[in-house]
Write a new protein. Structure first.
Length: 194
């Protein structure tokens, strides 16, 4: 499915749907954004009564902000690990139940070996962190809108999945996604299988 012409409306619907679920659950949300530069927080903030549950956001566009502010382990930032640590870090920093994070390459150029449209979306909720890798083809605007939508959808799925459920994976508009649950910050990562 193409996001051209339908991306903004789809993002608005996803933001409203997530907001309803967040309000019903009594949860709070924080956002850490790299390539989207505040678009997720803006979409959530536009929903009526968002001040009841949206604690805030961090735009961590440069690597040093990811490392110093969010506690991301120095290393590659277009990665599952970075997205997971951003989501966990922003939830802890802003004292929120749910941390949503995105990192990736919006385009138009490659970043290292990663082509434009390579995105990692993470949501920390229910004591675990789900991470999806996506690839969205198209212009930078299309990639950014698709990334915002993917983050809102993953957050909704994580919130409705419950503590013991794995996140349900829905196909992205361009290709199937891959999801894993990362260990929480401080957990012995070596003791986990896979």
């Amino acid at each position: 499915m193409s996001f051209v012409g339908t991306g903004r409306a789809r993002v608005e619907r996803a933001a409203h749907r997530l907001a309803q679920q967040v309000r019903a659950s009594g949860a709070t949300v924080a956002v850490a954004e790299s390539l989207t530069c505040g678009r997720i927080a803006s979409a959530l903030g536009a929903v009526p009564h968002s001040s009841d549950w949206l604690h805030g956001g961090v735009v961590a566009y440069v690597d040093e902000v990811k490392f110093a502010v969010l506690g991301v382990t120095p290393g590659p930032v277009v990665s599952r690990r970075c997205a997971a640590e951003m989501a966990e870090g922003v939830a802890a920093l802003l004292d929120a139940d749910i941390g949503i994070a995105v990192t990736g390459v919006g385009g138009p150029a490659h970043e290292g070996e990663d082509p434009p449209g390579t995105v990692f979306v993470a949501v920390h909720a229910h004591g675990g962190t789900a991470v999806e890798q996506r690839h969205f083809p198209g212009s930078t605007d299309v990639v950014l809108e698709a990334t915002v939508w993917a983050a809102l959808e993953l957050a909704y799925r994580r919130l409705t999945a419950g503590v013991s459920d794995s996140p349900t994976v829905s196909p992205s508009p361009s290709e199937p996604s891959r999801t894993r649950t990362a260990p929480r910050r401080g957990e012995d990562r070596r003791s986990r299988s896979r």
